[in-house]
Design a protein around this ligand. Structure first.
Ligand SMILES: [Zn+2]
Length: 301
């Protein structure tokens, strides 16, 4: 049996050499680029939006989340609400859930920021919880979920008290095709509230999930920041938020443990952005939002 002759023409040979040389050049440049990226100081990463759950205790839950955070280079995380999610918590339930967050904060005080969970249907109990957990305790922000739409007047005393304590407010917002829950806020509701309280700082959680509409809604209201957490890591989301709001008003959050740090971080790390913008979004903006209350409380930041 004879093997087929394998002959290269001059043209093929030159083409192959050329391709190899180009590949080597590309590889060499890529190595240089990644070395340059490695040489950059590591960005500070603070996660604006996280929860507890899927474990036997708050300590076990936060320990696991912090292990994953370590893998992704995340320095600090915001945690709110307890081990189970309750749409319309009673005053007793609020206390129970906030106690669980206090346990998570105590477990890792250098890395976990607690936001106190309140329900505007119970204004007095909510103000008491803010006093217990923020004024007299280690928490540094306020979390509102789906008990009541946030444009209601019940929110006003809660927001005023948060302002007195320099605590930013994390408000859940969503736009569901199938219709929101009765008490579930949209970014438009948050815009109404934020216009009534220009001295308060609001994080628009999930940027409404339907982020193309959410970003446009909050665009003109300077005391609302886009928290890009939750929902799928769609390409272009963070770029649009930066284009419309400016990088100073976009904040990274994940909604862990319901969402992975990796998928949510990818929205920011893979976005086409100048490095300065990426750093603002990954941590510097949240630090700036929290700095007044951290300073007032003597918390290192
Ligand atoms: Zn959440």
């Amino acid at each position: 049996m004879t093997l087929p002759k394998c002959e290269l023409t001059r043209r093929e040979a030159l083409g192959r050499i050329g391709a190899t040389a180009t590949a080597a050049l590309v590889a060499n440049n890529w190595v240089k680029m990644s070395q340059a990226a490695d040489a950059r100081p590591k960005a500070m990463i603070w996660d604006a939006h996280g929860h507890l759950g899927g474990a036997r205790s708050p300590e076990e839950s936060i320990a696991r989340s912090l292990r994953y955070a370590d893998r992704m280079g995340i320095d600090r995380v915001v945690v709110s609400m307890g081990m189970s999610f309750v749409y319309d918590p009673s005053p007793e339930e609020l206390r129970r859930q906030n106690d669980e967050v206090l346990r998570a904060v105590r477990f890792a005080p250098d890395r976990v920021f607690g936001f106190v969970y309140v329900n505007p249907k119970h204004v007095k109990a909510s103000l008491d919880e803010i006093d217990r957990c923020v004024r007299d305790g280690p928490m540094v922000g306020v979390k509102l979920w789906v008990a009541m739409r946030c444009n209601e007047a019940n929110l006003d005393p809660i927001v005023r008290h948060a302002v007195e304590l320099k605590a930013p407010i994390l408000q859940h917002t969503y736009l569901k095709i199938t219709g929101n829950l009765p008490g579930e806020s949209t970014p438009a509701d948050l815009v109404e509230l934020a216009r009534r309280h220009p001295d308060a700082s609001f994080l628009c959680a999930h940027t409404g999930a339907d982020w193309e509409r959410g970003i446009r809604w909050i665009r003109g209201v300077k005391n609302v920041w886009a928290d890009v957490c939750g929902s799928d890591p769609t390409a272009g989301m963070v770029e649009m938020a930066v284009r419309e709001l400016g990088a100073e008003r976009v904040v990274y959050g994940s909604d862990f443990p319901g969402r992975s740090f990796a998928s949510q971080l990818a929205k920011v790390t893979s976005a086409n952005l100048p490095e300065t913008a990426r750093r603002l979004i990954l941590g510097e903006n949240l630090r700036r939002l929290l700095l007044p209350i951290l300073t007032a409380k003597g918390i290192r930041a």
